[in-house]
Design a protein around this ligand. Structure first.
Ligand code: ARG
Ligand code: GLU
Length: 720
């Protein structure tokens, strides 16, 4: 027996030489059997590829879901109960909240299914099956097909594959490009629309450490929330209805109470959003040296303004909590990414690689014909593209920076109805829609905060973008007020119908033909629509053309790289499709003389406790549990473990992903990455790229001991 294993692994070494040791990669579930399972088993995994992905039997994939549009979640009971991150459910939780029922600040626990709160607009998608459809999608195109024709043929092939795949079912199909359009996969999904909020801890647990600790290890955030999927009586998706019943999944994850130790196998199964591992040095240079530093600066200012206001008033805190975390999250990641790329010398490494690649191309006539132009074309494109990208990204940061632009612009379609001589019925309907929009909008709006944001973005816009790329209406406004945006803003905000809920509703009600003709004179409206037109006319078209060229180059460069390194195990960039990452629990060396352990505990939470700072203000109830060591079955060595790290390759979208042990049991919920390794979207760093997971026992402890919602545990399958 031993001999056989030895023989197999020798064979394996020969066939997959560089696949050994790779923790890097986000792999395709249906290809695990072919490419990954042996290495996974070598790393400790005890199950088979069929246990992860199968179309013949219930398996893990039936319990992993896309939560909303950009997070992952997993089913943990036979009654459709799911767990995801607190920060993934946050938008929905906030929507259900008010100052009287602030579920962000205080948390919420449905004490029976009847108390679960419907979340309008929230959907859950579960993969039924996937299939390699490359041949069908590329039928009718070859290397000589002109780019435009290629796109048209591919689009029509895709449309056909998609509609064939789901004909006569309620499923939805989507075909997605992999390896930069060298391969295509079909995904057949089932989407559920009745999803209800079951429970979440208060932000002082679910967002403990907030922005200060975000992207940072050691971490102590109880980043989870619970929802439930409902279906109709036949277990099919349905809009919200009182008649609906909890969804009965084909599979749900058993939960391990055993915890983790250094070196344990871990696997993350979820929906990573986007990575760029195979791009040329020019791209990295554009993003990390040119665009992101400027976007970081303007966001720094926005965040300062929001934070200052949030610290003065609990209502503003609730109103701006989600907005601020949205802006702050990428803002902080980009900073870590820039540092990581510098430290790894990614641009230099890519340049060396490109030199070797060029030598390889030059040494062969047929390669020269196919690939000799690639890198020079990239260089020229990116040197032009960086201006367009900056103008486009920065302008959008500016005009999304103050919300008054958004509300002003919302009037555009109503005004248009008057010039189209629309019926009074249509006009009435448009007005009702605006009033409904205002109800949601103003709930989270504070005019003083917005005015400060307006002043800041107006100032920074002029300072950071070259004059020729500034919206002309902005320039004339700036001249008119002699650059004194704050003086002008005060008056504008006081007078405007767009900065106050009642004024806005009155304005909408009384809106008529004459108001419609005057709308274009409103400064907020005119800036908002002028900026949109300016970008559409001067920037987007060019950018789109360049993007198409880049896509074409990417496809060829990807293919060329695979030919250049035939031994290398390539995994496709993340594209918000279901992937498997695997590795081991692992501490790391953060910097000179600093070694990080792989897990954190409740004792560590108490070390961070600081009632003066809201983000570190440990709730009394938790302190009491800690004082009494009232940990039940969730303790390990007299403490409750809170988070742990492993070297799974993950990215945004993997939030909420199940973290699974060698036996296929749930041990954690992925929610972040550690600072020193966040450049892994561009270059994975084996020594420092770490994903951060919530230890599932901490979630259970909070549900049971902190919230007294232990009845929820009865429907889970806990394994001692
Ligand atoms: N950094 C994690 C992720 O990328 C957690 C984000 C939670 N949001 C926050 N602003 N703290 O999404
Ligand atoms: N927090 C991220 C998310 O929302 C996951 C962290 C990461 O980018 O790896 O998906």
């Amino acid at each position: 027996m031993k001999k056989k294993i030895f023989a197999i692994s020798i064979l394996f070494l020969i066939i997959f030489p560089s696949r050994i040791r790779a923790d890097e990669g986000m792999w395709i579930p249906m290809l695990i059997e072919k490419y990954n399972i042996r290495l996974m088993q070598e790393k400790g995994f005890k199950l088979s590829a069929e246990d992860i992905y199968s179309v013949n039997k219930a398996c893990m994939k039936d319990a992993v879901l896309l939560f909303g549009g950009g997070c992952t979640g997993e089913i943990i009971s036979g009654q459709g109960l799911l767990i995801t991150n607190h920060h993934c459910g946050r938008g929905n939780i906030q929507q259900l909240s008010s100052l009287e029922h602030d579920y962000i600040a205080n948390g919420y626990w449905a004490l029976s299914q009847g108390e679960e709160l419907p979340c309008p607009g929230l959907s859950i998608t579960i993969l039924k099956r996937m299939e390699d459809v490359t041949e069908k999608v590329l039928s009718g195109v070859n290397d000589n097909t002109p780019a435009e024709d290629r796109q048209t043929i591919i689009s029509s092939n895709i449309a056909k594959v998609q509609s064939d795949a789901v004909a006569g079912t309620h499923y939805r199909a989507s075909v997605r490009p992999f390896f930069m359009g060298n391969q295509y996969f079909l995904f057949v999904n089932e989407t559920f629309r009745d999803v209800r909020f079951v429970g979440a801890p208060p932000a002082t647990i679910g967002n403990f450490g907030s922005e200060t600790d975000n992207w940072i290890w050691p971490r102590h955030t109880g980043d989870f929330s619970l929802f439930r999927i409902y279906a109709d009586k036949s277990n099919n998706p349905s809009d919200f209805s009182k008649e609906n019943v909890p969804y009965k999944p084909a599979y749900f994850f058993p939960i391990s109470l055993k915890g983790v130790k250094e070196g344990d196998f871990t696997m993350v199964f979820g929906y990573p959003g986007s990575t760029v591992e195979y791009v040329p040095s020019y791209y990295i240079d554009m993003v990390s040296n040119y665009i992101n530093p400027k976007i970081i600066d303007i966001r720094t200012r926005k965040i300062e303004i929001m934070e200052a206001a949030m610290n003065t008033d609990p209502l503003i805190r609730l109103q701006y909590f989600v907005k601020k975390s949205g802006i702050a999250n990428s803002w902080k990641k980009w900073q870590g990414e820039i540092l990581g790329l510098k430290k790894m010398g990614t641009i230099g490494k890519k340049q060396q690689y490109e030199e070797k690649f060029t030598q390889w191309v030059d040494s062969d006539q047929s390669r020269r014909e196919k690939y000799a132009n690639l890198l020079p074309l990239y260089r020229d494109l990116y040197s032009k593209m960086k201006t367009y990208r900056l103008v486009s990204d920065y302008t959008s940061e500016v005009f999304s920076g103050a919300e008054v632009f958004r509300i002003a612009k919302s009037m555009g379609s109503l005004a248009a109805l008057y010039s189209e001589n629309a019926s009074s019925e249509e006009i009435g309907k448009a007005k009702d829609n605006l009033v409904a929009f205002a109800n949601g909008f103003f709930k989270n709006y504070n005019a003083i905060v917005d005015r400060k944001l307006f002043e800041a973005v107006m100032t920074m816009y002029g300072e950071n973008i070259e004059t020729q790329w500034l919206v002309p209406e902005y320039l004339s406004y700036k001249n008119r007020v002699k650059g004194n945006f704050s003086g002008s803003a005060e008056k504008l905000f006081a007078r405007s119908p767009f900065t106050d809920e009642n004024k806005f509703k009155e304005y909408v009600k009384g809106f008529n033909k004459s108001a419609a003709s005057k709308l274009k004179n409103d400064l907020f409206y005119s800036l908002a629509s002028a900026s949109e037109n300016f970008i559409n006319e001067k920037v987007s078209g060019e950018l789109m053309k360049m993007n198409i060229q880049v896509q074409e180059l990417n496809r060829l460069y990807m293919r060329a790289q695979m030919e250049f390194e035939p031994e290398k195990a390539f995994y496709p960039d993340a594209n918000l499709t279901l992937r498997v990452a695997y590795g081991n629990v692992s501490g790391y060396k953060a910097k000179d003389a600093v070694l990080y352990e792989n897990s954190t505990t409740l004792n560590g939470i108490m070390e961070k406790d600081n009632p003066e700072i809201i983000d570190y203000d440990v709730p009394d109830k938790l302190k009491e549990l800690w004082k009494n060591k009232d940990y039940g079955r969730y303790a390990e060595n007299g403490d409750v473990h809170v988070c742990f790290i492993a070297n799974n390759h993950t990215t945004g979208g993997n939030s909420g992903s199940p973290v699974i042990n060698a036996e296929g049991q749930l041990i954690g919920v992925n929610f972040d990455r550690a600072w020193e390794g966040v450049a892994s979207d561009m270059q994975y760093n084996p020594g420092q790229s770490r994903n951060i997971s919530l230890d599932i026992r901490y979630a259970l402890f909070i549900i049971d001991k902190f919230a007294g919602a232990g009845y929820l545990l009865d429907e889970m399958k806990l394994i001692q």
